[in-house]
Structures are given as structure tokens and as C-alpha cells.
Design a protein. Structure first.
Length: 574
């Protein structure tokens, strides 16, 4: 590539990020005229349908990930420490958040759904503020409603995952970094602190650093009047200053948590039981899936939908033709960094793409507003020429397009309100027969086991669940003898083999009164085995012998076997 071509590419990129002063576009004039006077009214208008979309989240059961976070969060409240006393693969920040949830609501199933509603409202306000000055309040309202719909339709699996809290911190950091005032240095340092907090929720949150660095230059209201060379120098100097302050805040947050681990004596455990395991767990799927990037592309299209990706491309084309690419620059950088954040973990479950949902929704909001304005202009042109049939055809086409896009959303929302009505009648019955549960969750069996343990356990009784069902621990409140609340790491090739011996030693040292074995709970993309928990016991002869010699079956529920310690000849436990 020649120097002339490189210079042209740099000039084009700079023009998108920080274009020279020019006559305001029609979109910019509309945004600046409406955002100041009626901004809060537009926000209230958007929050009404957003609340209607999010309200059925109250009936969500608790997914196994969130149940794990609740168990560890509740353990923090009782003096237990992560990785040493309770183990999970996630960074420690999420357990602090769930400790607050456990403290506020106690062991109830609906706590996650209720907090998820508040999260939807909070992230919707962030999306509106992010988008209104760029693409206008109308498009911002469409974006916040679309994001809420995508999140809620994904179901209880996506509720309050780590990615959701990461996005709140990223938006807060963006608003701080974008603000220009005498205390801009302090704001940038605070934005770095928020990014550091997001890092302790999800390590790949660091991918959002470019968004925070470019925040002031991505806002079209910051356009300068300098020449190309001057703008290059100014952009370089301002970016270096921002990088320094952001990295300083980020490093402070990261170092503070490491100091806490050091003061509690957990720094070695953090390294051995977390970082070494994460380094094997992260690439485990990448190493076992042939044509991994083809798989990533397929999963991306599956979760986002081909229509969404197509509309984003059309929106970019419309913005380019209208000379409004700078208006979509913040959303474009956010979508790129959000997708990079999702792909960096080398796994793409549905909730991983929560990091780019808000930005993609802004593209769709821009497309919707532009399409409506274009249809209005075209209908006016037809009316001016007296072509009434063509004018009517335009609005019929628009109505069909709206119907095609909305019919599925309304049908899903109606169904979710039906579920909410059933939930209000009887919580436990509804959870047991929840129609949209993951196949391996077996909520009906878990609830039967929970009820049995509540009725037949005594104070200080312990229970050990051989399965990925931490909800049993959380709702019964019974302690467990080992630090592992799920068995999928113990069945996987990426976890240390010494952990299996550790579990057996812990069980022998403190035999629990109850032992629960799960069936039909295969999670091959995590454990990399086609065996369920009961079948896998054949590969662990020492644990299998411990169960056979010391326990007897007392109940068999749907996909669960409950065992109790055998009684000694004198009537006591062995």
C-alpha cells in the first residue's frame, strides 16, 4: 500500500471520528433542537413500553449460573471467601453484587427476575442518553425498547449475567470520559476506575478501552474548526492524555483488589485455583472445535439474526449517503468493541452478546426513523403529483414492514404475560413446569428435592449435590462439605485432577447426611463428556465406593436420586 493510500485512509478515518466543521445536517439540526427541551419527555415515553417488556421477567426462575453466584454471594455474607471456601470460574466481582442481592431478598427464586427489571430500566436510560445526541430522541427510544425486548426474549439464562453489569459500568465510564469540564482529568480517572471494576466482573471488559479513549471525539457536538494537520496533532495529544488517566484509574482498581487478596492471604489461591484454571478453561472449546471461526460466525448469526445484521449494514449505507456516518460512529465503535469483548472469551453463549445489543439497537433505531421519514417524503412527492394510489401503497408497504417486525415481538410478549399470570397463581408449580427452561435444568426435580430436604433435614445437616444444581444449596440453606458447588469442573479435562481427590477427602472428613445425584444433566461444551453426573461416577471409583458403602437411597425424583447416610447398628449415623 502506497503512502498516498495510507494517508487517504487515515484522513477518512479521522473525518469519521472528528470531521471538520460544516453546515449541520438535517439529523443534527433535529437532534439539537429536540434533545434539549423535550429530552426527559422522550425518555418517559420510551420507559413505558420498556417497563411493559421487562415486567414479565419477574416470573423468571434462577438459572444455574445465577444460582452459583447466589451461593457464593451468600457465602461472602457468612464469612466465606471465594476460591478458598467456595469455588467458581468467574472473576470475584460478580459475587459481591450477588451478595447484595442475597442480603436484600434472601433465598427466594424471584429475586433475580426483580433485579433484572431494574437493570433493564437502568440500561435503557443509559442507551437513551448515549444515542439521543447522536441519532435523535426518536431513534434512541426505539433503541432502548429493542434492547429490552432482545434481552427479555432471551429468557432467564440472560438475566443478570456478568455482561449486563459490565455494560452499566462501561456506559457510566463513557459518560464520564465524554464530559468536558475543569475536572475532566478526575472524570477520566474515575472512568478508568469503572473500567477496572468491569474488569473484575469480566476480564475481557478491557476491550472497551478504545471506546472510552475516543469518547469525546466520537460526539459530533465536539467538532472543531482546525485544519487536518492541526486536528491530527490535537487528537494525538488528547488521546495520549486520556490513555494516561484511564490506565491510571484502571490500574488503581485492579491493584486495590489484588492488595485485598494479598491481605487476606488468598493471593496464592487466586493464582492456583483461578488464573491457572481460567488459562485452561478459556481456550478449551477453541482447541476442540474444528473450524472455530466458522463456528463463531454461525453462532453470531444464530443469536443476532440475519435480519439484524442486514439492517445494520443498510443503516450504515443510509448514513454514508446522507453524510451522517459521524452520527453512528459512537454506536459503531461500541458495537465493534462489544463484539470483541464477546469473542475474546472464545465462547459465545447467548448472554455473551449482551455487550453489543445496546449498540446494535441504536443502528436499528436509526434505520427505523430514517425509513419512516423517507416514506413520508415519498408519499408527499406522490401526493404532490396527484398519484394517490402510489401514496397509499407507500403506507401499506410501511404498515406491512412494521407488522412483519412487530408481530413476533407482540406474540412473545403476550405469551410471557400469560406466564406471569400463571406465576402469580402459584410460584412453585409454575417454576416446576416452566415452559422455557433449559433441558438439563430439571426444575421440577430440583424443587421436589428442595422440598424433601426442607422437610427431612435437621439443623446443621449437610448436603452434597453431585450435579450442576447449586439452586438446591441456596434455597435449602443447608451447608456443603466441600468448596465445589457444581461438579462440571470435576468432570472436565481443564480442571486439575487433584480436585477430585480433594472432594473425596472432604467428604470422608465431613460426611454429609444427604447426598444428591443428578441424572440427564450433560453439559458437553463445559465438561467435554457425553456422560451425565450419575454415569460419570463409574470413572471415579473412590467416590462411587464412598457413596455405595455409606449411603442408602431414600427418594427418587425426576432426574434426581436422594441418598441418606446409613444408620449404625446402635441407631446413630455411621
Amino acid at each position: 500500500m502506497s503512502r498516498k493510500q495510507i494517508g487517504y485512509l487515515l484522513k477518512t478515518l479521522l473525518a469519521v471520528i472528528s470531521p471538520p466543521a460544516r453546515k449541520p445536517t438535517a439529523l443534527q439540526s433535529t437532534v439539537l433542537s429536540s434533545a434539549s427541551a423535550y429530552s426527559w419527555m422522550w425518555l418517559l415515553v420510551g420507559l413505558v413500553p420498556t417497563m411493559l417488556v421487562a415486567l414479565p421477567d419477574l416470573s423468571y426462575p434462577v438459572f444455574r449460573d445465577q444460582a452459583t453466584f447466589l451461593v457464593l454471594g451468600d457465602g461472602l455474607l457468612h464469612g466465606q471467601l471465594p476460591y478458598r471456601d467456595l469455588w467458581d470460574i468467574k472473576p470475584p466481582g460478580i459475587y459481591v453484587i450477588y451478595a447484595l442481592i442475597a442480603k436484600c431478598f434472601g433465598p427466594v427464586m424471584w429475586s433475580v427476575g426483580l433485579v433484572d427489571i431494574f437493570w433493564v430500566l437502568a440500561i435503557s436510560c443509559c442507551i437513551y442518553r448515549f444515542a439521543e445526541r447522536q441519532v435523535g430522541p426518536a431513534a434512541a427510544v426505539v433503541a432502548m425498547v429493542l434492547n429490552a425486548s432482545w434481552h427479555s426474549q432471551a429468557g432467564y439464562v440472560n438475566a443478570l449475567q456478568t455482561e449486563t453489569f459490565v455494560m452499566l459500568l462501561v456506559f457510566a465510564g463513557y459518560f464520564l470520559a465524554m464530559a468536558q469540564s475543569r475536572r475532566s482529568g478526575l472524570r477520566l480517572f474515575a472512568a478508568g476506575l469503572l473500567l477496572g471494576a468491569a474488569f473484575w466482573l469480566k476480564y475481557n471488559a478491557l476491550a472497551f478501552l478504545p471506546l472510552l479513549i475516543l469518547a469525546p471525539d466520537l460526539a459530533f457536538s465536539r467538532i472543531g474548526t482546525a485544519s487536518f494537520h492541526q486536528r491530527c496533532c490535537n487528537l494525538w495529544r488528547s488521546c495520549m492524555r486520556r490513555v494516561t488517566l484511564l490506565v491510571a484509574g484502571f490500574s488503581t482498581a485492579v491493584f486495590a483488589v489484588l492488595v485485598w487478596f494479598g491481605l487476606t492471604g488468598l493471593l496464592g489461591i487466586l493464582w492456583e485455583s483461578h488464573y491457572k484454571v481460567v488459562s485452561r478453561y478459556g481456550p478449551s472449546l477453541f482447541l476442540r472445535v474444528s473450524h472455530f471461526w466458522r463456528y463463531v460466525l454461525f453462532v453470531t448469526v444464530y443469536h443476532l439474526g440475519f435480519a439484524t445484521i442486514l439492517i445494520v449494514g443498510v443503516a450504515l449505507l443510509i448514513a454514508w449517503k446522507a453524510g451522517e456516518l459521524s452520527h453512528l460512529a459512537p454506536a459503531a465503535v461500541g458495537a465493534i468493541t462489544g463484539y470483541a469483548c464477546a469473542v475474546m472469551q472464545l465462547r459465545l453463549p447467548s448472554y455473551a452478546l449482551e455487550t453489543c445489543y445496546p449498540f446494535l439497537a441504536i443502528f436499528l433505531g436509526y434505520f427505523a426513523v430514517k425509513t419512516l421519514r423517507g416514506a413520508r417524503w415519498l408519499a408527499g412527492e406522490f401526493a404532490r403529483h396527484g398519484w394517490q394510489a402510489a401514496r397509499v401503497s407507500v403506507w401499506i408497504l410501511v404498515a406491512n414492514l412494521v407488522y412483519w417486525m412487530a408481530v413476533g415481538e407482540f406474540s412473545s410478549l403476550w405469551l410471557r404475560y400469560e406466564w406471569l399470570r400463571e406465576w402469580r397463581v402459584n410460584h412453585e408449580t409454575f417454576y416446576a413446569s416452566y415452559p422455557a427452561q433449559e433441558p438439563v435444568d430439571h426444575l421440577d426435580g430440583q424443587i421436589l428435592v428442595i422440598d424433601y430436604l426442607k422437610e427431612n433435614s435437621r439443623p446443621r445437616d449437610e448436603v452434597f449435590v453431585w450435579g450442576a444444581c447449586p439452586l438446591i444449596y441456596y434455597l435449602t440453606g443447608l451447608p456443603h462439605p466441600t468448596r465445589f458447588v457444581r461438579n462440571d469442573p470435576l468432570m472436565s479435562p481443564w480442571a486439575p485432577l487433584t480436585w477430585r481427590d480433594e472432594v473425596v477427602r472432604g467428604l470422608k472428613r465431613s460426611p454429609p447426611r444427604f447426598f444428591v445425584v443428578a441424572r440427564g444433566d450433560k453439559i458437553p461444551y463445559i465438561s467435554f463428556t457425553r456422560l451425565d453426573s450419575e454415569q460419570y461416577l463409574e470413572k471415579l471409583p473412590e467416590l462411587s465406593a464412598f457413596i455405595t458403602e455409606g449411603y442408602e437411597r431414600v427418594a427418587i425424583f425426576n432426574d434426581f436420586v436422594v441418598l441418606r447416610r446409613k444408620s449404625a447398628p446402635g441407631g446413630g449415623a455411621q
